[in-house]
Structures are given as structure tokens and as C-alpha cells.
Design a protein around this ligand. Structure first.
Ligand code: PS7
Ligand code: MN
Ligand code: MN
Ligand code: MN
Length: 351
């Protein structure tokens, strides 16, 4: 039972799971359902990346300091007793970094293969985040091209997909193929990250974080922040369509990836965030409120999705449903109307 397990757990391991529950709304439950060995590896992988992201997200840390921490993350996570107490008081996960030695301690208990996967991804992500934090400090437009946008999303989410797939294969619960098909793993991360970046337009802009690529928004307005001005409403909706189109192009890969997963618990862990992402894209699409507040799917809808996303047929059903929602909202006067119809058609074809 759960209490029996916990009785033999070290203080630091218990604290790690408390932090998982404190810092993640969407992943905590599904991670804890995974089989024992994999569960600890994924929990610690999560906390390693959550710590890194807490440094990346804090706009009160001076840029030189931030970059130096991001670039040395791989060494930091093997440095006994390392912690960080200088996050701004508004940083929601600052306590994790205050007590970071518990994560560093528990990482030591993982087997070598899992550790190597986690360290390798942490190193790449920290350096990628540092590149973009530096760019953000010098380029007031933020991310420039669509290619840069893909690259940023690769660093912060594609790499998570690669790392998780390697962990799944290393556990023996999934075939080596899951780890080998890197394009599909990267798309799993990009689909989540892109839905997140579109949804967080306003929140990120308020923090002066600009992830929407200039190559896209410059076709509609002179500055990213102009999108929220009511005088540019029509352009704003069209730009939003373009961003949604870009994200939707990853959906077929996600369905293919999920169709290759065999373990029930790994399936739930992978599928739940993906169905939330397609549902999110469906409510964001053609929705001007994106520029006025943080649009979120309703609690009840989230609950239904979590309960349903337990096998590939149901997941296909969910993707079909939200694709229909998008097709219904698609507007023939939108410059991307045709491309969006095609992207939706491709999702339905891969269903
Ligand atoms: C290891 C479970 C399942 C093959 C902390 C899960 C930022 C969207 O952008 O802070 O800061 O607003 O809300 C999760 C692929 C990553 C991608 C990533 C690690 C799925 C730090 C999640 C999660 C790949 C980098 C939300 C990508 O954070 O976003 C584990 C397969 C962390 C996954 C960031 C973003 C996650 C995210 P933001 P949030
Ligand atoms: Mn971030
Ligand atoms: Mn974040
Ligand atoms: Mn975000």
C-alpha cells in the first residue's frame, strides 16, 4: 500500500514528492501512477526541469546571473547542498529551489542509465534557455523567425519529449523504437509548448516575455503588443489563426506517438496533456479573449478528458471532436482558412 511504501522512504524522497504535488497541477497525479522505478526517475526529471524553468521564468534575476545558472545546471544538480534563495517573492515555485538539496540527494539513488538521460537533457535545455534569455535581453522583438520559435520550443519541450521517451525505453516498459523515433517525441513536446505559448500571450507579454515569432506577427501588426489593442482586432484574430495552424501541424505526430505506447500507465501520462492541448487550441482558435485574459478549459471539461484519455481509440475520438470544433469556427475570410482546413483534414486522416 501507499503508506507502507512511504514508511520506508527517506525524508528527502518524501519531500521530493511533496514538491511534485506543490509545483504541478497537470503532471503530479499521472506521474505518481507510474510503475515504481520509472516513477522516481520521471518525478526527479520533472523536478530537475521545474527548477531550471523557475530560474528561466524569473524576470527579476539579472541576466548575467541567470545565464550563468542556466548554463551550469548540469553541474548544479550534482553539487551537494546547492540552493537558490534569490527568486522574486512572486515566483510560485521559489520554495523548491530553497530546498533543492533534497532533489540533488535523491538523484544519486537513480540507476546510471536514468541519471545519464536526465543529465544530458538538463545540460541541453539549460544552454538552450540561456541562448534565448540572452537574445531576449538584446532583441526587443523577442523570438525572430518561425525556425527560431521551433528551436526555442525544442529546447524547453521537445527535449522533455526526447528524455521521457528514452526513460520509457530504458525501463523496458516500452520498446526501443519509442526512444528511437525522435521526430515523434519532439512533436509531443512542441504540441504542448505551442498551445501554452499561444494561451499565455498576455501573461508573457506583461512579463515582457515574447515567444510569438516576429516572422508571423509582423504580417499583421507593427509590434507584438499591438495585437491586444481593439483597433487591431481583425488582424489579431488572423494572427491567432496563424499561430494555431502552426501548432496543429504537430497533432498527427502526437497521435502516431500515442499509438505506439503499450504500457497503460505510460499511456495515461502521455495522453492526458495532449488531449488538454487540443482542447485548449480549440477554445483559443478564433477567440479574441486570448488578448484580454488567460483563457482556460473548464474544470468539468478537464475532468471528462482525464477520465476518457485512457486508450488510443478514445484519444482519437477526442482529437476528432476538437478538430470538428476548429473546422466549425474556421472563417472563410481568414487568410489561413485553406491551410487550416488542410491541417484539420490531416488530423482526421491520421485518426
Ligand atoms: C518531466 C513530466 C510525453 C513524450 C517543468 C511533458 C517550460 C509545456 O512555458 O511552466 O514556462 O509557461 O507551465 C515534465 C512528451 C519542463 C513537455 C516546459 C517537465 C511530453 C520545463 C512539457 C515539465 C513532453 C520546461 C509546462 C512542456 O511548464 O510552461 C515532465 C512526451 C517542465 C512534455 C518547460 C513546459 C511545460 C511544458 P511555461 P509551464
Ligand atoms: Mn519557462
Ligand atoms: Mn514556466
Ligand atoms: Mn507559458
Amino acid at each position: 500500500t501507499n503508506t507502507k511504501k512511504i514508511a520506508s522512504w527517506s525524508k528527502s524522497k518524501i519531500r521530493c514528492y511533496e514538491f511534485l504535488n506543490m509545483t504541478s497541477r497537470s503532471f503530479a497525479a499521472v506521474i505518481q501512477e507510474l510503475n515504481d522505478e520509472l516513477r522516481d526517475a520521471v518525478c526527479l526529471f520533472y523536478l530537475v526541469l521545474r527548477g531550471l524553468d523557475t530560474i528561466e521564468d524569473d524576470m527579476t534575476i539579472p541576466i548575467e546571473k541567470k545565464v550563468s545558472i542556466l548554463r551550469s545546471w548540469e553541474e548544479i544538480i550534482v553539487t551537494d547542498g546547492w540552493n537558490f534563495t534569490e527568486n522574486g517573492p512572486n515566483e510560485k515555485d521559489r520554495q523548491l529551489l530553497v530546498e533543492y538539496p533534497v532533489v540533488i540527494e535523491e538523484l544519486k539513488n537513480l540507476n546510471k542509465t536514468y541519471k545519464e538521460i536526465i543529465f544530458d537533457i538538463a545540460k541541453q535545455m539549460g544552454n538552450g534557455m540561456a541562448d534565448y534569455a540572452t537574445n531576449a535581453a538584446h532583441n526587443k522583438f523577442g523570438v525572430n523567425t518561425v525556425k527560431d520559435y521551433d528551436q526555442y520550443c525544442f529546447y524547453v519541450a521537445g527535449l522533455v519529449g526526447l528524455g521521457l521517451s528514452s526513460l520509457f525505453s530504458a525501463s523496458g516498459l516500452e520498446s526501443p523504437e519509442v526512444g528511437r523515433n525522435t521526430k515523434l517525441s519532439i512533436s509531443m513536446g512542441l504540441f504542448l509548448q505551442k498551445a501554452n505559448i499561444i494561451r499565455d500571450y498576455l501573461e508573457d507579454l506583461d512579463d515582457n516575455r515574447r515567444f510569438w515569432p516576429k516572422e508571423i506577427w509582423s504580417q499583421y501588426v507593427n509590434d507584438l503588443s499591438d495585437l491586444k489593442d481593439p483597433e487591431h482586432k481583425k488582424q489579431a484574430i488572423n494572427c491567432l489563426s496563424r499561430m494555431c495552424l502552426d501548432a496543429l501541424q504537430r497533432a498527427p505526430d502526437c497521435l502516431t506517438y500515442l499509438s505506439n505506447i503499450r504500457d497503460q500507465k505510460i499511456f495515461n501520462f502521455c495522453a492526458i496533456p495532449q488531449v488538454m492541448a487540443i482542447a485548449t487550441l480549440a477554445i483559443l482558435f478564433q477567440n479574441y479573449q486570448v488578448y484580454q485574459k488567460n483563457v482556460k478549459i473548464r474544470k468539468g471539461e478537464t475532468l471528462k478528458l482525464i477520465q476518457k484519455a485512457t486508450n488510443i481509440l478514445n484519444v482519437i475520438d477526442i482529437f476528432r471532436h476538437y478538430t470538428r470544433v476548429i473546422i466549425t469556427k474556421n472563417n472563410s475570410r481568414d487568410p489561413n482558412f485553406l491551410k487550416i482546413s488542410i491541417a484539420c483534414g490531416q488530423i482526421e486522416q491520421s485518426c
